[in-house]
Ligand binder design. Structure first.
Ligand code: NI
Ligand code: MN
Length: 227
């Protein structure tokens, strides 16, 4: 069965890799564009990129209901443990971890990571996943940075980039990111959740086609892409 990635809206993803169900940055119950609620999703692993509420708000309740293992940076893994999440794995930037579904590497992100109660959420990150069907890079919340060239050098089947601007890179910088990453396909995320991060994904897709070799794929919340 092909690996399927479903955009949940905002920065949230559900990934089916073989028999494994992964969630990345699920933000559902208070997200105006989410395709489902926190009670509707299944997971055996939850990846958390950083501590902001729009990435972590539903993690504790989903982890407690499903028993999923949460993979996050060291500080967030300790914080989640204190919130009552039983299974956590802490890692840090540049670190890799082999799991039954594939390999996880935590990549740089230029952003911030304060947790909802004001605790220190460590450094924000992105994720490079090596799955049975290909390599996927989730930039998560970040500015454009030149080292994306190095992340892309492994040969990416898919990159997921924020385009919302204001809190992360916007459309224009995401085009530069595509040029550095050179993924086969690229999907936009972290936009249109609220008016301050409104973007026209059709215009963005035209720019990707005009200026890069990558194929843009624009999803609506609830739609999926296969590797
Ligand atoms: Ni953020
Ligand atoms: Mn965010």
């Amino acid at each position: 069965m092909a690996t399927e990635l479903t955009w949940l809206g905002h920065g949230g993803w559900s990934i089916r890799a073989g028999e494994h169900r992964l969630l990345l940055d699920p933000f559902l119950d208070e997200c105006p564009t989410a395709c489902c609620k926190a009670d509707d999703v299944e997971a055996d692993v939850i990846l958390v990129s950083h501590g902001h509420f729009d990435h972590i708000a539903d993690v504790v309740k989903i982890a407690q209901r499903t028993g999923a293992t949460v993979i996050a940076n060291h500080e967030i893994s300790l914080w989640l443990g204190k919130q009552g999440v039983e299974n956590t794995i802490g890692m840090n930037l540049g670190g890799g971890l082999q799991q039954p579904f594939g390999h996880v590497k935590m990549t740089l992100a230029h952003h911030s990571s304060q947790l909802p109660d004001g605790s220190d959420g460590g450094n924000p990150g992105g994720f490079l996943l090596t799955l049975a069907d290909g390599k996927v890079y989730f930039a998560c919340d970040t500015a454009l940075f030149e080292d994306m060239r190095r992340i892309g050098s492994v040969g990416l089947d898919l990159a997921v980039l924020p385009i919302g601007d204001l809190f992360t890179m916007g459309s224009e910088d995401s085009i530069e990111a595509v040029k550095l990453l050179t993924p086969k396909r690229v999907v936009p995320a972290h936009y249109n959740t609220w008016p301050p991060i409104a973007q026209d994904a059709g215009v963005w897709a035209d720019l990707v086609r005009a200026e890069t070799e990558s194929e843009p794929v624009v999803l609506k919340p609830g739609e999926k892409i296969s590797l």
